[in-house]
Design a binder for this molecule. Structure first.
Ligand code: EPU
Length: 441
């Protein structure tokens, strides 16, 4: 199938979409199945590329993955975990960053792990120094080779006291997945406490882990020798939900996002409301969700900064900026999680948006990236009339924002590289068509 989507903009997106389990939890939960000695079962798994990648990696390591009886249900049998070939791992890992999280589980199960070169979106340096430092402290021996990382644990893994320099989501998950079966107690300070992490902790607890989340971002894990499987329904994808909400605002539309949950989106909802968007929460179990709409009239500008939870998520930023290009006045967005997450604004400017990016920490408190030369603050002047343009999708979230811009613009845009969006948005093309968007390959 062609990788180019032809998008004719100008029509409001209207209707409903459904979001399923959060990509950034489901992929980690799948890795956790390796730690158990019995079968795990998970529901509501979206059909996205990142899930396929992790499934492939698990199968290469001997985990039997089968479809359950309901749509989106997978069953994982880890009773025959085995070493996988380096070439095969490299082929399967694709552009994902998840393989790094297999370290702890594979060291516990096999005493050895091979981790390929990591992919992921090009939004900053994305180092893995916290991961490797923690793993070494747990007792892993890490050898770097041209094909990737070889890890072994000749004396097993032992609990550690560790403080993260920054509350990294991935490093927190790495430490959880290593500590649950390490000998002794691990105390992690300055941990990330995103809802996806708390959901990972919940399912590890179902497996038999002992994990205490203290105040002040301290997590204490008491290692246990053995874990069982889990049965789990993951939290919904709050990034996808917010992406559709921003799309409703940018196209003057009205979208009911079934499955979206208010509790995980409080910060986004506050911003959505201050800009002038309206929403209504339906808590009905199974069928509920949040309806987001543009009530007509002018949208208001906003100043915000992205941050770790409970702050405004960095992944909510890109689709929202498209909506802010339609607000009446100057908005300021200070990105404090990734140093290079405004590259996508150049394409929006070619479409008529008026966005300037700055090296300074604008509108908020100084962050790690101040005075380092990274253009990590954006000033968005609106309202701007967007017009069609040929676009090439740079990464997942930026790609979705380009799509929204094309849908809000007048005329027909050709969007190249749309396959990237499948990494994190299930059936996005069918969902767009269902919302009345004029898109074709
Ligand atoms: N960092 C380090 N050293 C490390 C690890 C992280 O300096 O060893 C820095 C990063 O460079 C970055 C900051 O810490 O500046 C935060 O990175 P974090 O580790 O929290 O991010 P991640 O675990 O790689 C996950 C999500 C991202 C999401 C971030 C922040 C997954 C698979 N990815 O990334 O999601 O933006 O947390 O919430 O869970 C996406 O879904 O499109 C996406 C990029």
């Amino acid at each position: 199938m062609s990788d180019v989507l032809v998008v004719t903009g100008g029509a409001p997106l209207q209707g409903e979409v459904k979001v399923r389990g959060a990509k950034n939890l489901v992929s980690k939960a799948m890795v956790a199945t390796l730690l158990g000695e019995t079968t795990s079962r998970m529901f509501d798994i979206p059909r996205i590329r990142d899930v396929e990648v992790v499934r492939g990696l698990l199968e290469l390591h001997g985990v039997k993955v089968t479809n359950g009886t309901t749509d989106g249900e997978l069953v994982f049998d880890p009773s025959n975990v085995e070493r996988a070939g380096i070439d095969e791992i490299n082929v399967h890992a694709g552009s994902s960053r998840i393989p790094i999280l297999l370290c702890g589980p594979l060291l516990h199960r096999l005493g050895h792990a091979f981790i390929p070169e990591l992919g992921g979106c090009n939004i900053g340096g994305r180092p893995i120094d916290f991961h490797l430092e923690a793993l070494r402290r747990f007792g892993a021996v890490v050898e770097k080779a041209p094909e990737g990382l070889h890890l072994s644990a000749p004396d097993g893994l032992h609990g550690i006291k560790f403080a993260l320099d920054y509350p990294s989501v991935g490093a927190t998950e790495q430490i959880l997945l290593a500590a649950v079966r390490a000998k002794g107690v691990t105390e992690l300070s300055n941990a990330a406490v995103e809802p996806e992490i708390l959901d990972l902790i919940a399912l590890l607890q179902k497996m038999g882990a002992i994990i205490k989340v203290h105040t002040n971002r301290v997590i204490e894990i008491e290692g246990v020798p053995r874990l069982g499987g889990f049965t789990h329904r993951p939290i919904p994808d709050r990034i996808e939900a917010a992406s559709w909400a921003s799309a409703a605002l940018a196209t003057k539309g009205d979208i009911l996002v079934r499955g979206a949950r208010q509790a995980d989106m409080m910060t986004y909802l506050n911003v959505f409301r201050s800009i002038g968007g309206e929403f209504e929460v339906d808590d009905a179990p199974g069928t509920g969700g949040i309806r987001f709409w543009h009530p007509g009239g002018d949208l208001r500008p906003v100043a915000l900064e992205t941050d770790v939870h409970p702050g405004f998520m960095t992944d909510w930023q890109q689709p929202l900026v498209v909506a802010l290009s339609q607000a009446n006045g100057l908005s300021v967005v200070h990105e404090t999680v990734y140093e290079k997450r405004f590259g996508y604004t150049a394409a929006l400017n070619q479409m008529g948006a008026n966005i300037q990016v700055f090296q300074d920490c604008l509108g908020g408190t100084p962050c790690r990236f101040g005075r380092m030369g990274f253009r990590h603050s954006a000033v968005i002047a609106g309202p701007a009339k967007l017009h069609a343009h040929d676009l090439t999708i740079p990464d997942l979230r930026a790609g979705f924002s380009h799509l929204i811009a094309a849908l809000a613009a007048e005329g027909t845009s050709r969007v190249h590289g749309v396959e990237l969006i499948n990494r994190g948005y299930e059936d996005f093309e069918a969902k767009l068509t269902g919302l009345g968007a004029r898109v074709s390959r």
